[in-house]
Design a protein around this ligand. Structure first.
Ligand SMILES: [Zn+2]
Length: 304
């Protein structure tokens, strides 16, 4: 959706309110407290319903990222639109300029809230055919100067370890991905990652590293690399790592360790929705159904 298309579709608060009501309650109001389907709309600027059963009032923004916010709905929708339409992500300063906001703090708050919604709402495990590999990523500490690739200050740059999984279509095209920061490349760590990323019974392709030797719940297809470069064999997962590294440098001038989890969440969110900007828009606003079973993150990613 272009900016002009956004303006046409959401000209004012009322249009934004209608969109949220349609998305949140496509089959009519359902009380979140007692599941009653009968209620009436109150005369409020922001769409609000009163349940005919328990009498509780529910605003369309209750429980979403816009909960208790005094910012106009249109500001929220426009911010979500900007964040989802910039494939490389956006800084709070850029967002402030695009929204024409007077305050940097407001832009920062909006971005922070929207990013929190990027903590993967899609917890379905990867299916069928899954490429899995691990890599290292350089990171900067808080006050490290930028290296700019000149090799100076190398000692100030640390490395974090990362595992990645890519679901492949039958034609070998990458579909959804999972990324996690991991403590080490040991067999228990990598097995936990595979278990948390790929559905039981999925066919798992790895480079044959001994860390993947024991995968009892998956069909393991180790690719013995030999003379061939690893990126030829594990094409999809290496493409994801390469994109991640480029994004880290281009958008953030290198990742900082303290924010690694947030970067990974955002990257996975953007990648998994790269062809579904409308779904991305809705999930950023907190309108998508959220499922939160335990995942590999709870197992593997507690240190970040
Ligand atoms: Zn109710």
């Amino acid at each position: 959706m272009s900016r002009a298309a956004f303006e046409a579709r959401f000209p004012d608060e009322a249009a934004c309110g209608r969109h949220l009501v349609e998305r949140r309650w496509p089959e009519g109001f359902v009380c979140p407290h007692c599941r009653n389907r009968r209620g009436w709309r109150l005369r409020r600027p922001r769409p609000t319903f009163q349940c005919a059963g328990c009498r509780k009032q529910t605003s369309v923004t209750a429980g979403t990222v816009m909960h208790r916010s005094h910012l106009p709905l249109r500001t929220w929708l426009f911010a979500a639109h900007i964040v989802t339409s910039h494939s490389n992500g956006i800084s709070a300063l850029q967002l402030q300029a695009q929204l024409g906001l007077g305050s940097y703090e407001t832009a920062w708050f909006l971005l922070h809230r929207l990013r929190r919604a990027m903590v993967d709402p899609d917890r379905r495990l990867l299916q069928d055919l899954v490429e899995i590999d691990e890599t290292e990523l350089p990171y900067r500490r808080k006050h490290d100067p930028l290296d700019h690739g000149r090799g100076r200050g190398r000692s100030a740059v640390g490395k974090m370890r990362l595992a990645g999984a890519v679901e492949l279509s039958p034609a070998g095209e990458p579909r959804r991905i999972r990324l996690a920061s991991i403590a080490d490349f040991s067999a228990p760590t990598l097995t936990a990652f595979v278990d948390g990323a790929a559905a039981p019974g999925a066919k798992v392709i790895t480079d044959g590293w001994r860390g993947y030797a024991d995968l009892p719940r998956h069909e393991h297809v180790p690719k013995t690399i030999g003379e061939m470069a690893a990126h030829v064999v594990m094409k999809a997962v290496h493409r994801v790592f390469a994109n991640l590294k480029r994004w880290a440098l281009g958008t953030f001038h290198g990742f900082r360790r303290a924010h690694l989890r947030r970067y990974l969440d955002e990257f996975v969110f953007r990648w998994n929705r790269r062809r579904h900007t409308r779904a991305a828009f809705d999930s950023l606003l907190g309108l998508a159904t959220r499922l939160t079973p335990a995942t590999y993150r709870d197992v593997v990613d507690q240190r970040v």
